[in-house]
Design a protein. Structure first.
Length: 276
């Protein structure tokens, strides 16, 4: 059965891959971009089922307007995909104030406002699914990625809480945590700070990752897009959906390390309780 999807950031990466697959299967996609020229050919190919809208998710007023008008035009939206975002690389000290504010507005505040704006409509229709594109970097942190991790850890906490709030209204939520994929996120749109020689070494190891000459990421964006789309119709889709074998291995390893450390803190944790 075809559905109506609203996807932010469809000009590249997972957003574009999902949009192409969904339209080819007969679905309707309301897709947001900052520049419609990037999807002009796709719009010509699917004039009736692709509803492209200009949106910068850092503009809160525009988020409210675009999301609300989309529900009003289409009557019902089955799936909302929060996909817009980018990577910012550099040590915390190397980042400037504008870079910090911009990535928070794009990767954290923007998606929060998209979800908040959509919830009254999804609650009224008593159905719907929200997919938040995160990263395994929402569970595993590396040096040189502090602000990116801050936004991903943050949006995952937000979604975990909201998922519990809206479950009773028939609204499902999924946090997608992809590993490295061959998209513009890594090989085109990544932002790099003004690097300082003091941090040369492990903190700047991301420079090798961003250079295709050092080998391409293992993740296939087309396959990842397919798994995301398929997850909507699966009754047992987990709240956290990790895509990529390396991402899953790294996530499990980090979580096991974290749990093992917490278990060593039993006595000190208990020592701060009232002894009533």
């Amino acid at each position: 059965m075809t559905k109506t999807w609203l996807i932010t950031g469809i000009s590249s990466g997972f957003g574009l891959a999902m949009t192409k697959q969904l339209l080819a299967a007969g679905n309707t996609v309301i897709g947001t971009v900052r520049n419609t020229k990037k999807i002009a050919d796709l719009q010509k190919q699917y004039p009736k089922t692709l509803d492209s809208q200009v949106l910068d998710v850092t503009d809160v007023a525009a988020v409210h307007d675009v999301i609300q008008s989309a529900f009003q035009r289409h009557g019902k939206i089955d799936v909302l995909v929060n996909n817009a975002g980018y990577g910012l690389f550099g040590a915390a000290e190397e980042l400037n104030d504008d870079q910090v504010a911009q990535i928070i507005a794009t990767n954290l505040t923007g998606p929060i406002q998209v979800i908040r704006t959509a919830l009254p409509f999804l609650r009224a229709q008593k159905s719907g699914h929200i997919i938040q594109i995160s990263s395994y970097g929402g569970q595993v942190a590396y040096p040189g990625n502090s602000m990116y991790h801050a936004t991903k850890f943050g949006i995952e906490g937000f979604v975990e809480s909201v998922a519990q709030e809206v479950q009773a209204f028939g609204i499902g939520m999924t946090i997608v945590e992809p590993g490295g994929a061959r998209t513009e996120f890594r090989y085109g749109s990544a932002h790099v700070a003004n690097l300082m020689p003091e941090y040369d070494g492990p903190t700047h190891s991301f420079l090798k990752m961003l250079d295709p000459a050092n080998g391409l990421a293992p993740g296939d964006p087309e396959k990842m897009a397919s798994r995301i789309i398929e997850s909507v119709d699966q009754p047992d889709t987990p709240l956290h959906l990790v895509l990529g074998s390396q991402a899953l291995q790294a996530t499990i390893q980090r979580l096991e390390e974290r749990v093992a450390t917490y278990k060593t803190e039993t006595e000190i944790a208990r020592s701060t309780d009232y002894l009533d």
